[in-house]
Design a protein around this ligand. Structure first.
Ligand code: DX5
Ligand code: ZN
Length: 217
């Protein structure tokens, strides 16, 4: 089994002190920083963009994992890469048949790439692009907001993706995002996910370091 990594989502951070929040996550043992970019069009919420990634790059050595919940991501992936993103993930639902090109565009910009599927999108929509991906992100809530309830039916898709990757001999990461806590983290891991995104579970904890190691255990 692959090593489990914890990716705290800064969507749940206090935006007025983002630098401090990200430094605190580093000290608490986070493996990467999950940056939820929302445009108010692809999802009914707006967060932050390229400038945030550029500024966070200066305050943390941790990989910046940029989850783009935006329409026309092909217009922006190069800018996120230049800003200092280490991995950029784009939604199948935003790219449709353009997905392989956008993934290649991300790789050409020199960063890792990933495809994301919403809870109601079947794995066959992205099966062909799995060999192009460093990571596949399975949403376990409908994107837009933190603090939602985990949708257990997505675990079958995690198993399906892990089986496809194993069959093809691909050592990809499978990330899961939404409603992750100690209990759902265990389910996700058992299904084959190895990178766990968590917002509320970490930011609402009194002791972030303890919570992060609990999620990892
Ligand atoms: C949802 C975001 C998630 C979310 C996770 O649109 O992609 O990263 O912030 O937050 P929790 O862990 O609170 O569900
Ligand atoms: Zn996310």
């Amino acid at each position: 089994m692959k090593k489990v990594k914890i990716a705290p989502s800064i969507l749940s951070a206090d935006f007025s002190k983002m630098g401090e929040e990200v430094r605190s996550l580093g000290k608490s043992g986070a493996d990467m920083i999950h940056c939820d970019v929302m445009d108010g069009v692809f999802v009914p919420n707006i967060t932050f963009g390229i400038k945030m990634v550029e500024d966070l790059r200066k305050v943390t050595p941790l990989p910046l994992d940029c989850h783009l919940m935006i329409v026309n991501p092909e217009k922006y992936v190069e800018k996120f890469a230049a800003a200092g993103a280490d991995i950029i993930t784009v939604h199948y639902e935003a790219c449709k048949e353009n997905l392989p090109f956008v993934l290649k565009q991300i790789k050409a910009a020199g960063v890792k790439c990933g495809a994301v599927i919403n809870p109601d999108t079947p794995v066959d929509k992205i099966a062909d692009v799995i060999p192009l991906c460093d990571m596949v992100l399975v949403m376990s809530v409908f994107p837009g907001f933190g603090g939602q309830k985990f949708i257990p039916s997505v675990l079958d898709k995690v198993r399906e993706i892990r089986a496809i990757a194993d069959r093809l001999g691909l050592d990809i990461d499978i990330q899961i995002d939404g409603g992750i806590n100690a209990e759902t983290a265990a389910l996700a891991r058992a299904a084959g996910a190895n990178i766990l995104v968590a917002g509320n579970a970490i930011f609402k904890a009194e002791n972030r370091a303890e919570r992060i190691s609990k999620l990892r255990a």
